[in-house]
Structure formats: structure tokens, C-alpha cells
Design a protein around this ligand. Structure first.
Ligand code: PHE
Length: 380
């Protein structure tokens, strides 16, 4: 059998590391079964042997005698630890016989420890139960469940509807530049939205986006058509908060670019979207309008889902609710991103997420979303 070196493990407990144990081993016969020779002596330079049967039974005794988890752990470190005799010996094993012998000792000691650990845990619990008395019928502590903010719920609902139509969901940047927010969208220098009194500027050409339309440009700059995408996100305007204005709110942009796209495709997409969102009876109408980056431009309304177009305060007795802006992508915008307007056509639209939430739930004031009053928010 192959000899292995041993390092003395300092220990205050009587055991294989103690002087008595070493004395015992040093006199044991080398032919005894379970006895292996150790080449390097513990302290004095004499050779020593370990009787693994003794080792095991000492270990088992120490384990059985441990009254607490700490004592058990000390026994484990001593008999199975990295610096213990067994681990050292296993490291030097070169033949099958010693390997089987030592592994047998190890697994029996491990089993003894697992068994003792379980017993100690059980004893500890039993003492705990005996010491204290519980009334198991007392009500537990209430666990307050969180929820998604109403606007996040609606944003996800919108994303789901468009994902169902095969659109991708794109996320643009809230901090953008004048190229993406204005110039590429052919918004000329005189346009009121470019004024610092309407828009938050970081510098002459870096700003917080005033709408999600710069995402149209980023989408087109980043790939070639066809594009079927929506881009929901936060936008910023220098408005004083009141019931219908907030310096920050959420929009969803939609952009489609493909061959042969017409305004009928726009109407079909918007109609499908509102029927999913507000019910299958909804109708959509378009009124001409103006946006710098669409030509022609429209604003679209949906039939009132609260009164079914009978007339109510929400639709101001008109039967229609204004929902957003849209249009056919201006060829100049395509040229700005390097698309050939002779080949590609597309539509875009944008709508406000807060508005959808307010209409759907009859909320009178935009500020309710940001006040963080749980009495309000926990209703949704
Ligand atoms: N970006 C426009 C706004 O914020 C809405 C819009 C988007 C209009 C897309 C047309 C096309 O008012």
C-alpha cells in the first residue's frame, strides 16, 4: 500500500489528533486489517499508523456525543475535514483496496453525521415547542401583494395587441438630439415645439424627446424595410401639471414601412387595435390634420365605448373620442434615412397611454397616476 504524509491536526478534543490517540496508533500492528502505514510522523518524526476501525469508532462516538450543531460540526471537521487524517489519507490513495476501505469509513461517518444532525434539529425544535406555546389559530401577518401600475398594465396590453398582429416592440431613447426629434422629421426651425419654453434641452442639440416619433427615425436608420413596429415610452414637454397636462407622459408610436402601403392599411390597423382594446363594436374615423412628418396627416377618433355613441360627458355628447395623430410617411422623411420613396411607403401613428387609461376608467385627473396614492392605484 502506498504511504501518505500526514500533517498533525491541532485539536483539544481527544481523538485522532490527540497525543493519546497517536500513542495508541503508533503501537498498533501494521498487519492488522484496516491498518495503514503513515510515513510522516505527527510531531516527533516517528512513523505512525492509523487504525481505521478505531478512527471510525472514535468518530462515531464523537458524533453521537455531540449535543449541539456546533459540537457536531467540530466532530465533522476533525474526522472528515480537509486537514483530517482521513482526507489526507484519501489524497494519497493509489490502490483499490485502500480506496475502498477509506471511502467506506468516510461514507459511514458522513451518514452518522447526517443522522445526528437531523436528530439535533428535531431536539431543538422540540425544546422550542416545549418552551413556548403557540396559538396556531391566530391570524397570520397580512402579506401585501404588489401590482403593476395601471399605465404599465395598459402599455403591456397595447404591446400584446400589436405583437398579435406581428409587429415588433421597439424601445427608443428618452434623451435624443434635434436631428431625431425634429430635423429628420422635417420639423422646421420655426415650429413652436422646438422652443426652449416647450422642450427640455440639455444643450443646443440634445433634449428630452417631446414625442415617440424620433423612434421612427431610429428604427429606419437601424434597418431596411419591411418594418412593422410599435415603440411605447415616456416623453417630456415643459407643461405645468394640471388635470390634462403633465411634463412627462407616455405615448405609443407605430411605424409600418413596406411596399404598397396605403391609408387603408392605416385605418385597418387602427380599427383592429381599438376593437381589441375597447370592444368589437368600435368604429374609427379620420379627420384631416397636419404633422410635419406625415403627408397626408389625420387625427383619428373612435366611437365612444362608454355610451356606445349615445352621447355622454366623456365624448362630449358627440359619440366620438379623439385618440391620436397619424399619417402617411412623408417622402422627405424616407430620404432623410436613406430609403427610396419610390420603392417604400408607410404609415405612422401616435397615441397617449394616459388618455386611454383615463377614458377607460373614468379618471378625471392625469395627476392621479403620479401622486402614488395607493388608495387610487390599488384599485386597478
Ligand atoms: N408625434 C405626434 C404627436 O406627439 C403624433 C403622431 C405620431 C402623428 C405619428 C403622426 C404620426 O403629437
Amino acid at each position: 500500500m502506498v504511504p501518505w504524509p500526514r500533517r498533525a491536526a491541532p485539536s483539544s478534543l481527544p481523538g485522532p489528533g490527540s497525543p493519546e490517540a497517536w500513542a495508541r496508533r503508533a503501537t498498533a500492528s501494521q498487519t492488522e486489517p484496516g491498518l495503514l502505514r503513515l510515513d510522516v510522523p505527527p510531531e516527533q518524526g516517528e512513523s505512525a499508523t492509523v487504525n481505521w476501525q478505531d478512527y471510525e469508532s472514535e468518530g462515531v462516538q464523537a458524533i453521537a456525543g455531540s449535543a449541539t450543531a456546533e459540537e457536531l460540526d467540530a466532530a465533522r471537521v476533525q474526522y472528515l475535514g480537509r486537514k483530517g487524517d482521513l482526507a489526507q489519507a484519501l489524497r494519497g490513495v493509489r490502490d483499490r483496496e485502500s480506496g475502498m476501505l477509506l471511502n467506506g469509513v468516510r461514507s459511514r461517518l458522513e451518514a452518522a453525521i447526517a443522522e445526528r444532525r437531523e436528530a439535533i434539529e428535531r431536539e431543538e425544535l422540540e425544546t422550542l415547542y416545549a418552551d413556548r406555546s403557540f396559538d396556531v389559530t391566530l391570524p397570520g401577518e397580512e402579506f401585501r401583494r404588489g401590482r403593476l401600475h395601471l399605465l404599465t398594465q395598459i402599455k403591456r396590453e397595447i404591446e400584446d395587441i400589436f405583437l398579435g398582429m406581428g409587429y415588433e416592440v421597439y424601445e427608443g431613447d428618452e434623451v435624443t438630439d434635434t436631428w431625431h426629434n425634429f430635423d429628420a422629421l422635417t420639423t422646421d426651425h420655426g415650429h413652436p415645439s422646438r422652443s426652449p419654453s416647450d422642450t427640455f434641452y440639455f444643450s443646443d442639440d440634445v433634449l428630452l424627446r417631446t414625442h415617440t416619433s424620433p423612434d421612427q427615425i431610429r428604427l429606419m436608420e437601424s434597418r431596411q424595410p419591411p418594418i412593422y413596429a410599435i415603440s411605447p415610452g415616456r416623453v417630456y414637454r415643459r407643461d405645468t401639471p394640471d388635470a390634462t397636462h403633465s411634463p412627462t407622459f407616455l405615448q405609443v408610436e407605430s411605424l409600418v414601412v413596406d411596399r404598397g402601403i396605403t391609408l387603408a392599411d392605416l385605418k385597418g390597423a387602427v380599427l383592429h387595435f381599438f376593437r381589441q382594446l375597447f370592444g368589437p363594436e368600435r368604429e374609427v374615423r379620420m379627420r384631416t390634420s397636419y404633422f410635419p412628418f406625415t403627408e397626408p396627416s389625420v387625427e383619428f377618433d373612435v366611437t365612444c365605448f362608454l355610451c356606445n355613441s349615445e352621447g355622454c360627458p366623456v365624448c362630449k355628447y358627440s359619440g366620438w373620442i379623439e385618440m391620436g395623430g397619424a399619417g402617411w410617411v412623408d417622402p422627405e422623411v424616407f430620404r432623410n434615412v436613406g430609403y427610396d420613396p419610390e420603392v417604400w411607403a408607410g404609415f405612422a401613428f401616435g397615441l397617449g397611454i394616459e388618455r386611454i387609461a383615463m377614458l377607460r376608467h373614468g379618471l378625471p385627473d392625469l395627476r392621479l397616476f403620479w401622486d402614488n396614492d395607493l388608495r387610487v392605484l390599488s384599485q386597478f
